[in-house]
Design a protein around this ligand. Structure first.
Ligand code: NCD
Length: 307
């Protein structure tokens, strides 16, 4: 049986192309499973997984929990609001207490970049990064890649534009790493203030005109403006952002080609994407959510083999 080259999924940066292919191929099998009348398999029976979320989440948290339950794992959920973190407990103490209850795997979302990497040096359980601050969100990039591959085929030589708040987005960075490893060309588009200065070093070209980006790409991955991470003003107003970088259905229909529109959610309708674009035939946003469960089942299943 093929195995992942790692015990933890901390980021896409550490993965090899063959790891990514293994996750995507395994996810395809799990997608078949979850579309059967009996959606559950016993693969992770006797494995206990703790989902520990120190930051808000809807899709990612529910998707992991469902993936774990469909693999028959035992699941416990922890969220920092209402916990002893508020009483001053350290991250490591919190996690060590959870692990003493015989937990095998940790799925963690944290606002500090590198928090799961730090933990991986201190504890024995497998760790899955469910988003660390502005750094990485590996399972989102994997489910995005799965959804793209399902829609447009092999990713090699495909043109992907990531449009929006690139500076604060862990989805953007994980997508860039993954798509480049798979041989796709990635470019970004957004206001200059929301483009990290190091991007050209990664070989990523930049558009400042959203229509040019749309004309260039096969797939547009549209991102939310992460206002909660912005301590200063990066652009005058959301209205102005939407005027220059917002995407509507008319813009998509006027392109002389097929285009696929993606978004990791949550969408701010009317800001980065109009409702008619988000709900149009160009959009695969709900397919992404569906595929998220299968991709996370694949990740958890494969990591459990490396325990
Ligand atoms: C993203 C996240 O939390 O990084 N959402 C998600 O996981 N589906 C993107 C975002 O919050 O905008």
């Amino acid at each position: 049986m093929q195995a992942l080259s790692t015990r933890h999924l901390l980021g896409i940066k550490d993965l090899q192309k063959k790891d990514i292919e293994l996750v995507l191929d395994t996810a395809k099998e799990f997608k078949e499973v979850i579309n059967r009348p009996i959606k559950k398999v016993p693969s992770l029976r006797d494995i206990t997984i703790a989902n520990i979320f120190f930051e808000n989440s809807t899709r990612t948290k529910l998707s992991f929990e469902l993936a774990e339950k469909r693999l028959s794992a035992d699941v416990i959920n922890f969220s920092s609001s209402g916990s002893s973190v508020k009483k001053g407990e350290t991250l490591l103490d919190t996690v060590n207490n959870i692990l003493s209850m015989k937990v095998d795997m940790i799925v963690m979302r944290h606002s500090s970049p590198g928090a799961p990497h730090f933990l991986s040096q201190k504890i024995k359980a497998n760790i899955v990064n469910a988003g660390d601050g502005t750094h990485e969100h590996p399972t989102q990039a994997l489910l995005d890649a799965y959804s793209m591959r399902e829609k447009v085929g092999d990713l090699a030589c495909k043109k992907i534009a990531i449009i929006g708040d690139i500076l604060h987005s862990r989805v953007a960075l994980s997508n860039i790493f993954l798509l480049q490893k798979m041989g796709a060309e990635v470019r970004v588009c957004g206001p200059n203030t929301l483009i990290p200065k190091h991007l050209p070093e990664l070989g990523v070209k930049i558009f400042h005109n959203v229509r040019e980006a749309l004309e260039w790409c096969d797939v547009a991955n549209v991102l939310r403006i992460q206002l909660e991470r912005q301590q200063i003003k990066y652009f005058p107003s959301l209205r102005e952002y939407s005027l220059y970088f917002g995407i509507n259905k008319k813009m998509l229909d006027e392109l002389n080609k097929e285009i696929v529109v993606m978004h990791p959610g949550p969408i701010n309708r009317g800001v980065e994407l109009s409702s008619d674009a988000a709900d149009s035939h160009h959009s695969i946003i709900l397919n992404q959510v569906e595929n998220g469960v299968a991709v996370r089942m694949a990740v958890l299943y494969l990591l459990a083999q490396n325990n």
